[in-house]
Structure formats: structure tokens, C-alpha cells
Design a protein around this ligand. Structure first.
Ligand code: AQP
Length: 338
């Protein structure tokens, strides 16, 4: 087996908030699979992030196992990578506090996800939702990660992680944290809702029709794509024509990402044809790509002993790195060592 490159450390995660969807797969998990061949990879299930929203707290354990199953079913090899649950490694919370002391409030005030999720009721939003990006910085920096593959929606949080790393390094005049690089690749870095091309496909969208869940059966997938919103115009003749047609743009990008073909080739293939044919082929394609993952997820979720063992082993591996880095960090700060 080829030796992994020691210098590159990839970190990423998904929240166990239920309803894992095609956006999570195309924007994140699918891309991780190819990194495992030549990089050290740590894939986390970020349950501490999930509890920032009260609706997510109830099924946290089931949802945690669902994400673990999705990672493995999508092709992430638990023997080659570290797969673990965030709350099992105390270093995340510890580092989050330390980094929050180096994060100006003004930086957090600019985060659009907090504004979106808190809505009009900002005063009642929990502090954890506001400081979420600091915890995310801690997740990444705890392992001295160098690269973070994410979907487009996490770009702003990642930029904050870079700023926080730089602020800490500057303050202590050390190059302790590497400055993590975002990896945002492919034509589906922002998969949109099937019901509204201006909203991102999201686990928390109350409408199940807005997303393709990784565990949907083939009939549901066909129905959801059939009913996906389009417009009354004919199939576009060029990419430029898609500019003001967000729903069409989204479906073509999904097709392109799943078929690993360029969007312009997808357009060329269907120009002049009825949308019905495009949607039929898209349903087949989604089913073809998702059905193996879905079957494997169902199988894994019936063998909880196996899944839990993977997460326990992952916790040990993650803790080894985290404990060392937290110790070094405390030395730099100058805390008393008991
Ligand atoms: N619609 C999307 N298109 C492309 N990538 C996406 N990701 C999420 N939605 C899309 C990427 O999936 C990874 C894990 O996301 P997360 O679990 O941290 O939560 P999120 O970004 O807040 O995603 P959701 O699905 O919308 O969850 P809820 O509704 O719970 O907030 C990330 O890499 C993300 O970029």
C-alpha cells in the first residue's frame, strides 16, 4: 500500500441532524472518498454542533449512527481513516473556549448562517448557535488540519477558522496552527432545494419534497424529481441561458455532478427535448448512484455493534492526536500543569 502523505491532514464533518441528503453527499461526502487514498483523513460526526438547534436534540444518537453509516456506505474506509463522534473527544470543547478568547465579537456578527438560523428571534437564540463557528474552528485546528473539504455554504465559517488560527499564532508569536485551506470542488458545491432554487437543499427544510434523502427509496426519488419545480421555458440551449433559471440550473448541476460530465455536455444532450425526458434520466441516475449507498446504510444500521466499534476505535485515534495538541497548546499559553 502506498504511504500516505504525512504533511496533508484532511478534516471534515457532518452534523447528525437527520435526513442526510444529496447536497451533503455531492457537496461533501462524495469528495472525501477520493482523498483517503493519499491523505490522512479525519471525518467527524459533529454532534456538539447539532444540539445548537433544539429540534435536533431528540434523536441525536440515531442520527449519529445514521451519519456513521452514510460515511461508510459512501466508500469511506474506517481502517484507512479516523471516523469518530465530536462529543467523545473533549479537546473540541476545550479548544473552542481558548479560541473564543481570540475571536472578536465583530467577526461573529458577520456570519450569515447565524442570521439565517436565528431568524427574527435573535435575542432568544442560544449562545451556542452564535459561537458555532468558533467550535468549528476548534474542530479543524485541534488536529492541526491543513485541508477542509466542504460545500459552498461553509466557506464563510472556514474563512473565520483561518482568521482565528492566524490571530492565535500572531498573539503567541508561533506558527502553532497551520492555516487550513478550504477545498470546494465540483459542480454541486451548493445543491439547491427541489422546491425553490434560491434555497439550499437542507436537512432542516420542513418539506421532505425539497430534498433527496440518502435513504429514500427509488419510488420516492422518482416522484420527487417528477415534481421538482421547473419553469415554463423550454430546455436551455446554453449555460448562459441558465443564469436566471435557478431550478433548472440546479437540476443540470446535479446531473453533471452525478454523471461526472460537464454541465455544457448535459445541456447539449437534452437541448430541444421535453423536460420530461431529462427528469426521467435524472431519476435513473440518482437512483443508480444512491441505491447502493441506501442499501448499505440500511444494512449497517442493523449491525449497531459493528458501527459502534468503529466509532470507539475512531475516538481513541482522534484522542491521541487531540490530547497531544491540547497539551502543547497549554504549554504555549503558560497554564499550570498539574
Ligand atoms: N445543499 C448543499 N449543497 C452542497 N453541500 C452541502 N452541504 C450541506 N448542504 C449542502 C455540505 O454538507 C456538509 C455537512 O453539512 P452540515 O451537516 O454541517 O450542515 P449544514 O451545512 O448546515 O447542512 P444542512 O444539510 O443544511 O443541515 P441543517 O439543515 O441541519 O443546517 C458540509 O460540508 C456542507 O457544506
Amino acid at each position: 500500500m502506498e504511504k500516505k502523505k504525512e504533511s496533508k491532514l484532511i478534516f471534515s464533518g457532518v452534523q447528525p441532524t437527520g435526513n442526510l441528503h444529496l447536497g451533503n453527499y455531492l457537496g461533501a461526502i462524495k469528495n472525501w472518498v477520493k482523498y483517503q487514498e493519499d491523505s490522512n483523513c479525519i471525518f467527524c460526526i459533529v454532534d456538539l454542533h447539532a444540539i445548537t438547534v433544539s429540534e435536533n436534540r431528540e434523536k441525536i444518537l440515531d442520527n449519529t449512527r445514521e451519519v456513521a453509516a452514510a460515511y461508510i456506505a459512501s466508500g469511506i474506509d474506517p481502517n484507512k481513516n479516523t471516523i469518530f463522534v465530536q462529543s467523545n473527544v473533549t479537546g473540541h470543547s476545550e479548544l473552542s473556549w481558548i479560541l473564543s478568547c481570540h475571536t472578536p465579537i465583530g467577526w461573529l456578527n458577520r456570519m450569515t448562517q447565524f442570521k439565517d438560523k436565528a431568524g427574527k428571534n435573535k435575542e432568544k437564540a442560544p449562545l451556542g448557535l452564535y459561537s458555532y463557528p468558533v467550535l468549528m474552528a476548534a474542530d479543524i485546528l485541534l488536529y492541526k488540519s491543513t485541508h477542509v473539504p466542504v460545500g459552498e455554504d461553509q466557506k464563510q465559517h472556514l474563512e473565520l477558522s483561518r482568521d482565528v488560527a492566524q490571530a492565535f499564532n500572531r498573539y503567541y508569536n508561533q506558527e502553532f496552527f497551520p492555516i487550513p485551506e478550504p477545498i470546494i470542488t465540483g459542480t454541486a458545491t451548493r445543491v439547491m432545494s427541489l422546491k425553490n432554487g434560491l434555497n439550499k437543499m437542507s436537512k432542516s427544510d420542513p418539506s421532505d419534497q425539497s430534498r433527496i434523502n440518502l435513504m429514500d427509496d427509488s419510488i420516492s426519488i422518482i416522484k420527487k424529481i417528477q415534481k421538482a419545480r421547473t419553469d415554463s421555458e423550454p430546455f436551455p440551449k446554453s449555460l448562459e441561458e441558465m443564469d436566471n433559471r435557478p431550478e433548472i440550473n440546479n437540476l443540470i448541476n446535479i446531473f453533471s455532478a452525478l454523471s461526472e460530465d460537464l454541465p455544457q455536455n448535459v445541456v447539449a444532450q437534452y437541448v430541444g427535448k421535453d423536460f420530461k425526458f431529462f427528469k426521467e434520466d435524472l431519476s435513473d441516475l440518482v437512483n443508480q448512484k444512491i441505491s447502493n449507498i441506501s442499501t448499505e446504510m440500511h444494512k449497517l444500521l442493523k449491525d449497531l455493534n459493528y458501527l459502534d466499534l468503529i466509532l470507539k476505535k475512531g475516538c481513541q485515534k482522534a484522542n491521541e492526536i487531540a490530547e497531544k495538541n491540547v497539551k502543547d497548546l497549554k504549554k504555549i499559553i503558560g497554564f499550570f500543569e498539574a
